[in-house]
Design a protein around this ligand. Sequence first.
Ligand SMILES: [Zn+2]
Length: 65
Amino acid sequence: MSDHKASCVHCGRTSEQVPLLSITFQSDQYWICPQHLPVLIHKPQMLVGKLPGVENLKAEGHDHH
Ligand SMILES: [Zn+2]
């Protein structure tokens, strides 16, 4: 990834458009906007392909069996 400009891993908006939260994951730094932070917490699988290694995360809490 050559373009390391801060942008939300989900929607791609930059810190000029929305506040961005910095996250560090596997020694790399990423950014996510507050609107999509719940996606990271509750539906990390939606970020597969955007956040390398995110498939190793498990959605928190409520398992419906
Ligand atoms: Zn976003």
